[in-house]
Design a protein around this ligand. Structure first.
Ligand SMILES: Nc1ncnc2c1ncn2[C@@H]1O[C@H](COP(=O)(O)OP(=O)(O)OP(=O)(O)O)[C@@H](O)[C@H]1O
Length: 245
């Protein structure tokens, strides 16, 4: 299985990078079963950016967790770069995640005792890269998100928006095939948010990275290639609101 997980991703623009088929998640905790996702279908191609919108409690976080292999569906499957997450064992799944998926979740999960630079370099260190090489790449990403000057600061010394930018650098440092983002620009001012969007555009174009972005921000949603609304456990394509300049 390990060998399968290490195979290269289907990175040609236009190839399906993410496929969800009949994706269903029923929570059995509590007095009543709760069906949150109900036969959801989604295909995202290499180089494509898809925004997911939906009301509070509609299942956006549940969906992101399934896409990232952090939770297992009750029924159906998630394929990333042609690989079914369900078919991977725990060790292979961890390896696959590190290799193919970048996460930017609302709680950034930065390690408190590490600097911004060390945090951003961590996925490469985990992958076995030499510290010097990993930190050189991490520094490039920190520059891109406007955090180079704070590279030696620990998360406790950074603002919420600054921590978010370090988390974005960390998610992108491995050149992932797929980036999963939960409100990635929520804490950022307009100028910083615009520079993050420009970085995402460039990555989608140059490295065929696919993005799935959960957001309540109509401006951010309008900036993506497609907007999907999650409602009653399924996704439907939305007309895009006019982008906010
Ligand atoms: N572990 C769990 N056990 C039982 N129900 C759960 C569990 N996790 C989530 N839910 C329920 O599933 C539904 C979807 O939750 P989820 O967090 O995915 O929604 P969301 O769209 O991300 O919401 P928000 O926009 O408020 O963050 C909610 O009704 C929630 O109460």
């Amino acid at each position: 299985m390990q060998a399968t997980a290490e195979q290269g991703a289907a990175t040609a623009p236009g190839a399906p990078m993410l496929e969800c088929r009949d994706l269903t998640r029923i929570y059995h905790e509590g007095p009543q079963d709760v069906t949150v996702l109900d036969g959801l279908e989604l295909t995202v191609h290499a180089g494509e950016r898809v925004a997911i919108v939906g009301s509070s409690g509609s299942g956006k976080t549940t969906l992101l967790n399934l896409l990232g292999g952090l939770d297992q569906p009750t029924r159906g499957e998630v394929r990333i770069a042609g690989e079914s997450l369900l078919a991977l064992g725990d060790a292979a799944l961890g390896h696959f995640r590190n290799r193919h998926i970048g996460f930017v979740y609302q709680f950034h999960h930065l390690l408190a005792e590490f600097t911004a630079l060390e945090n951003a370099a961590l996925p490469l260190i985990v992958r076995g890269q030499r510290k010097k090489v990993a930190e050189a790449r991490a520094r490039q990403l920190l520059e891109r998100v406007g955090m180079a000057a704070r590279a030696d600061h620990k998360p406790g010394e950074l603002s919420g928006g600054e921590r978010q930018r370090v988390a974005i650098a960390r998610a992108l440092v491995t050149d992932p095939s797929l980036v999963l983002m939960d409100e990635p620009t929520g804490n950022l001012d307009q100028h910083t948010a615009a520079s993050i969007l420009a970085l995402m555009d460039e990555l989608a174009r140059t490295s065929a990275c696919a993005f799935v972005i959960v957001t309540h921000d109509p401006g951010l949603a309008a900036h993506q290639d497609r907007v999907m609304r999650l409602d009653e456990g399924r996704l439907s394509e939305q007309p895009r609101p006019t982008p906010v300049e």
